[in-house]
Design a protein around this ligand. Structure first.
Ligand code: AMP
Length: 283
């Protein structure tokens, strides 16, 4: 943002309103509202405005959750975490002023190309690991990392979006198939869980980036759960993936959460070092 916008951002007393923005094309539709491209009138800075209907928030009783997650995301500053610059509301709606991710969802890219190259997958996994290490340092567990929540900016840099607030409701988990595919065994079993659930999800994503589908995907929810619980993992020979990549996946998809590779060890893993580290990504 430019200096004026930054100054407003730094001054929490300065209220944003609809008058500050010109609304552009729709970017997408979420469970509780719509996302639009918008331009801040004075600075001409492009942002994404997520318009959430208060009625929906009340219906799903997520007022407190939404507020907490908005506060979390506002305070996170990392190149791979989508910025939430601020918010405002009117009688019916809440408006979240978000960093605009020009490249859209990683999910779209994955569906278009089938699967990603090892270089690209390693760069994304390293970016995610660095962002999650930053979150964990601040005692934030994402718990809902999945391709739909990963956006790309105009340079193709990965941005984690959606800090849980839009997907906490159980009903979304029923409507969006595939969400279950990313859940760690301890969550399936309804046991207490900690940071290690994000490490599990990194294993799932690494697999999905390289093979195009998450590892435990099957038609029925019950069978997906069963496969997760058994860590029923196989590497299809139809896609050629290096032994080092498979090694990383196997070290992350470990049922005992304390035995999963730590984020630091992921950054040092030979597959990451070989494929992503030389890209000049700083730790
Ligand atoms: P959400 O309500 O957050 O699930 O967003 C719905 C859709 O809008 C997403 O799937 C994205 O395709 C798009 N979208 C959300 N936020 C942004 C953003 N900051 N920049 C670009 N597109 C976005």
């Amino acid at each position: 943002m430019n200096s004026e916008t930054k100054a407003r951002e730094a001054n929490p007393k300065k209220q944003w309103s609809m008058q500050d923005f010109e609304i552009g094309k729709p970017l997408g539709k979420g469970k509780f509202g719509r996302v639009y491209l918008a331009r801040e009138v004075k600075s001409k800075y492009m942002v994404a405005l997520n318009v959430i209907f208060k009625e929906q928030i009340e219906k799903y009783k997520i007022q407190h959750q939404l507020r907490r997650e908005m506060e979390i995301q506002t305070n996170l500053r990392h190149p791979n975490i989508l910025r939430l610059y601020g918010w405002f509301h009117d009688a019916e709606r809440i408006f979240l002023i978000l960093e605009y991710a020009h490249g859209g969802e990683i999910y779209g890219k994955l569906r278009k190309t089938g699967h990603l190259s090892e270089n690209q997958a390693a760069i994304y996994i390293l970016s995610l690991t660095q962002a999650l290490a930053y979150c964990h340092e601040k005692d934030v567990i994402h718990r809902d990392i999945k391709p739909e929540n990963l956006l790309l900016d105009h340079e193709g840099q990965l941005k984690i979006a959606d800090f849980g607030w839009s997907v906490q409701s159980r009903s979304k988990r029923h409507t969006i198939c595939g969400t279950l595919d990313y859940i760690a065994p301890e969550m399936v079993e309804n046991k207490a869980h900690d940071y290690a659930v994000d490490n599990w999800t990194l294993g799932i994503l690494c697999y999905e980036f390289l093979y195009g589908v998450p590892p435990f995907e099957v038609e029925s929810q019950r069978d997906t759960f069963r496969r997760i619980m058994k860590v029923d993992l196989s590497f299809p020979s139809t896609t050629c993936v290096s032994a080092e990549a498979k090694d990383l996946i196997l070290r992350l998809l470990v049922k005992a959460s304390s035995k999963r590779l730590s984020l630091q060890k992921i950054m040092e893993h030979p597959w990451i070092v070989k494929n992503a580290d030389h890209m000049g990504i700083c730790r």
